[in-house]
Design a protein around this ligand. Structure first.
Ligand code: SF4
Length: 261
């Protein structure tokens, strides 16, 4: 199938997978969380990639329809803003020909991820005011949840890490959100193949962690593996603890110095 003149195609359902810390898969991080496409905690990612929800999503886009799970983008486009869809289509324009490889039922013969954003777990030492228990164990604890720690892979992430491993060689853009050390360390330890490729890989990390040695090593690994690593903090400077409750700015500065060295 080809995109022809469809004005609703977004490249992401062809090259990207996003999963929340509770395992719910969305077409991207701004997809409607009420209508997930599957769950990585109970279904293999390759199965999700060609399940009825994913196939329907691709076909809708190819047929100039506006899938409801992408409502955020349609809202932006309605009022003339640049939507995430337009931004992503520009950013990943070179991969657009893959859309023509869509089978008549919306499936793809190959799962070739180019961009990955998996929130491996909710383990986090912050309680940002914009966050919730799904993404922060600190919030889950404060909310009195039975399961404080949750994992995208179900009881743990062992199987999920294995499933994604074979895709790392193709992925050009990694987004690692959250600051929990074991998660990041495991993610980067699984990336030895990236060192030997000439492809540019970009990782985006939020600066949430404290200044422990293992955190520094984790970040140091990140800088080593990726051609470009951007770090983000919801705010910067001593006022960072205002949106990011429990953020210790002085520890963050120590961490950054450690990484630079
Ligand atoms: S159309 Fe928008 S919401 Fe849907 S996958 Fe693309 S960027 Fe995400």
């Amino acid at each position: 199938m080809t995109a022809n003149k469809s004005k609703t195609v977004c490249i992401l359902p062809w090259i990207h997978m996003y999963a929340n810390a509770d395992g719910n898969v969305l077409p991207c991080c701004i997809g409607d969380y009420k209508t997930p496409l599957g769950n990585t905690g109970n279904t293999p990612i390759k199965e999700i990639w060609n399940n009825s929800e994913y196939k329907k999503l691709r076909l809708q886009m190819l047929n100039n329809e506006q899938p409801s799970v992408c409502r955020q983008c349609w809202k932006h486009e309605e009022v003339g803003n640049e939507s995430s869809r337009i931004h992503m289509n520009t950013k990943f324009a070179k991969f657009m020909p893959i859309v023509n490889e869509t089978n008549d039922d919306g499936s793809l013969d190959e799962m070739k991820l180019r961009y990955m954003d998996i929130r491996w777990s909710n383990i986090c030492n912050f309680k940002c005011r914009t966050c919730s228990a799904t993404y922060s164990s600190s919030w889950a604890q404060e909310d009195g949840k039975d399961n404080i720690f949750i994992f995208a892979g179900g009881k743990n992430n062992d199987s999920l890490y294995e499933q994604f491993k074979e895709h790392y060689k193709d992925i050009e853009f990694f987004y690692f959100a959250g600051g929990e050390k074991p998660r990041l360390r495991t993610g980067f330890d699984e990336l030895p193949a990236s060192r030997s490729t000439s492809k540019r890989r970009v990782g985006v990390l939020p600066a949430r962690s404290s200044s422990s040695g293992s955190t520094c090593r984790t970040w140091g690994n990140a800088c080593h593996f990726f051609a470009g690593v951007k770090d983000q903090l919801v705010s910067s400077g001593p006022t960072s603890s205002s949106p990011a409750r429990d953020c210790d700015w002085s520890s963050w500065i120590v961490s950054m110095r450690c990484i630079r060295e």
